[in-house]
Ligand binder design. Sequence first.
Ligand code: MEV
Length: 409
Amino acid sequence: MSLEERLRVVKEFAGLTDEEVGILRNTGSLDLELADRMIENVIGATHLPLGVATNFLINGKDYLIPMALEEPSVVAAASNAARMARMRYGFRASADEPVMIGQVQVCKLRDPQAARERILEEKGRILERANEQDPVLVKAGGGARDLEVRVLSTRLGPMVVVHLLVDVRDAMGANAVNTMCEAVAPLIEELTGGKVYLRIISNLATHRMARAEASFPKEALGGEEVVEGILHAHALAEADPYRCATHNKGIMNGIIAVALALSNDTRALEAGAHAYAALEGYGPLTSWEREENGDLRGRIELPIAAGILGGAVSVHPVARVCRKILGVSSARELAEVMAAVGLAQNLAALRALVAEGIQRGHMRLHARNVAIAAGARGDQVEKVVRRMVEERCIRIDRAREILAELEGG
Ligand code: MEV
């Protein structure tokens, strides 16, 4: 479809208003005054292309998935994998309640075990103090739910680490959790006689896991040999952290692109994903197996602290439109979508790697950037791309020559 056709379809699918389409169309839509309120020392705003991944059927519901990123092939790859999953049942995804962990570090304790017990005895009081900080969250059905208390031995002696488990509902949750941790710290010092230093959220959100699974027909993938190749690629990721980092990077290509479109905290998601992957020795976030009929089944599981409310999510005009396009009604649903996109992205990458290699598809798209960088405009772009691909020579000097020929003739 042309860009105009795409905008029309997305508008219809998501019921966007003319004003919302205007926000998408206007790539300078982050108002400078708004940007100036979002971070410090603002001098401008930067933009990324925003695409929509298609074909996603997740838990029986159709989605158009906004993705913001600079890398070619990713949106096409996700859409292609989703098309294959759709031939079976699409993606089955689930996510835990949105419970985040806030950490309070208690040091300089004479008897850490006794301190631990004292904290657990006073759990009710501590949770109450935490919940006083955020009546809005509590009213929305969230709030501090429970405590976990661990004694750790460190280079500087034993420490108690209190985990405040907070249901943050539809937010990513850092603000609510950090406020609660700071509020309960004096009470914990009073109860234990210890010294509290850190009071901060943990990005290893193991109570907020999301998962997805899907089945891909072997014929659609390119046959038994491709299935065999993907299983071998997965085995290498399990055995080798050098490969596994790239395997997981491909997964995060998708998840982070969705996060960026919705102005979520991408660094928190990356930190959580890789820390989880490393919990028992760095490993892949997905697993792949052959089904009895020879098809390929994949699963993904990782912590996803995604939000649809609060912070930049509610402020950024493009993020708001993206949320409407995505049509998710809760942070849990967003996490399910992200998990499905991560699985799709991994399948697409592995399929391309074991079949034709990723450069062929990649270079075609890359050729477009090269043509534009060489100065091609309008229908010149496609002409230059076609010639470079035919000649298998995708270089800026060749693009300039072809362009000169086109302009000369
Ligand atoms: C490139 O951005 C992502 C891949 O390298 C992922 C992978 O190797 O699995 C293609």
